[in-house]
Design a protein around this ligand. Structure first.
Ligand code: CDV
Length: 325
C-alpha cells in the first residue's frame, strides 16, 4: 500500500520498537516471534511504521572474534524474507503496518554487510541500506573485556545514503555509528529527507576511552537531536538495550521532531514500544526557512568535506602524511 495514510494525509504514526537483549542461545524463530509481538503492539496503537533495532535477529556477535569467519555464517541472512523471517512480513501485510529491520547480510558473492531494510504496508521491500560508517576493529584484540570487531565481520558500504519515497514522504535509513557523523544526515538532507530511521547497539562501556561511558545517553540524544534540527527532519533511534551476553547496552530509544524536540522515549531497557505522530509537513518549517539549503549553503567553500578524510595538520602546525584508502 503506497497511498494515503489514515487521518491527515502526511501524519505518519511511527513506533520505535525497542528490544531487550537477544542471547546467543535464542533461536531465530523466537526472536521473530518477539518482533511480531512488538509489531502487533504497535499496530494496536495505530502505527503505520514500526522501527526495529540494528542486528535485530541475533545477538550482537561482533563482541566475539572467530579465527575462521565462516564459523559466524549462521548469524547472517542469505535471503530476505526467508522461511524464518516470513511471519514478520505476513504480520505486516495482515495489519497493514510497514517496518524497518536491521540484520547481518551475506550476499551470494560472499560480501558481508550490516543492513537495514524498509518494508511497506503490503510487505514489499522498498529500500535497503548498508552501513557506511563501520566502527571498531578488524583484528582480535584479546586485551579487551569484549570485542567490537564490526570491521572484521562487515565491509563498509560504498553505496552511500539513499532516500526513498514511501509512507507519503521521503524516508532515509542509517545504522548505529552512522548517527554520530553529520555527513550522514546532510547526505540525506540534500535528498529532502523527512524521516530518518536508525537502529543501534551501543555498549555502555566504550573501551578505547572509558571517560565517555557516563555520557553514552547524552551523546546518543545529542547527535540525533542535532541531526534532526539541522536538517529539518524526524529521526527515530531504536536500541537493542539491556544486558546481552554480559554486556550492558544503552536503551533510550526515541522519536525526535524536526525542531530537535523529543516526542517519545522508552523508559526501560527491554522490549518496549513508544509511538509518536510525525507530521511530515513540520519539516518544511525548517527546510524552507533557517535551513533552506539551496539558498544558504556554500558548497564551494566546503571542498575539504569530500577531498580529505581527516585533518592534515598536527597541533604544532606540521603536516601529516596522507592516509591511504
Ligand atoms: N553498533 C555500533 O555501531 N556501535 C557503535 C560503537 C562505537 C559503540 C556506536 O557508535 O554506538
Amino acid at each position: 500500500m503506497r497511498g494515503e495514510l489514515r487521518g491527515s494525509p502526511r501524519i505518519v504514526r511511527v513506533a520505535a520498537a525497542q528490544m531487550g537483549p537477544v542471547q546467543a542461545s535464542d533461536a531465530r524463530e523466537s526472536v521473530v516471534s518477539r518482533l511480531c509481538a512488538l509489531l502487533h503492539n504497535a499496530a494496536d496503537r495505530g502505527a503505520h511504521l514500526v522501527v526495529f533495532p540494528e542486528l535485530a535477529l541475533t545477538t550482537f556477535f561482533p563482541r566475539w572474534f572467530v579465527e575462521n569467519i565462516s564459523e559466524a555464517d549462521h548469524y547472517y541472512e542469505r535471503e530476505m524474507p526467508s522461511t524464518i523471517t516470513a511471519p514478520l512480513f505476513e504480520a505486516a501485510r495482515e495489519r497493514s503496518v510497514g517496518f524497518s529491520l536491521g540484520y547481518a547480510e551475506l550476499t551470494a558473492a560472499g560480501e558481508r554487510f550490516n543492513t537495514q531494510i524498509l518494508v511497506e504496508r503490503d510487505g514489499s521491500i522498498v529500500g535497503s541500506y548498508r552501513k557506511v560508517h563501520v566502527p571498531g576493529h578488524a583484528t582480535h584484540e584479546p586485551k579487551r573485556k569484549f570485542q567490537h570487531a564490526e570491521r572484521y565481520y562487515f565491509q563498509p558500504s560504498n553505496e552511500g545514503f539513499g532516500v526513498w519515497t514511501a509512507f507519503t514522504g521521503r524516508i532515509g535509513m542509517m545504522i548505529c555509528n552512522d548517527r554520530r557523523w553529520p555527513e550522514t544526515y546532510r547526505e540525506m538532507g540534500l535528498q529532502g529527507v523527512e524521516l530518518i530511521l536508525c537502529g543501534y547497539n551501543t555498549p555502555l562501556s566504550y573501551l578505547p576511552d572509558p571517560s565517555q561511558d557516563r555520557l553514552a545517553g547524552f551523546h546518543n540524544t545529542l547527535v540525533m537531536q542535532s541531526g534532526a534540527y539541522q536538517n529539518g527532519t524526524f529521526v527515530v533511534g531504536v536500541a537493542k538495550g539491556g544486558c546481552e551476553e554480559g554486556v550492558d547496552s544503552l536503551a533510550e530509544s526515541q522519536i525526535i521532531a524536526p525542531s530537535g524536540e523529543i516526542l517519545a522515549k522508552t523508559v526501560g531497557n527491554g522490549d518496549e514500544v513508544v509511538v509518536a505522530d510525525c507530521d511530515l509537513e513540520w519539516c518544511k518549517n525548517y527546510q524552507n526557512t533557517l535551513f533552506d539549503m539551496d539558498f544558504y549553503r556554500r558548497p564551494e567553500v566546503y571542498t575539504r568535506l569530500t577531498s580529505q578524510r581527516g585533518p592534515r595538520t598536527r597541533s604544532d602546525g606540521s603536516e601529516l602524511p596522507t592516509t591511504p584508502d
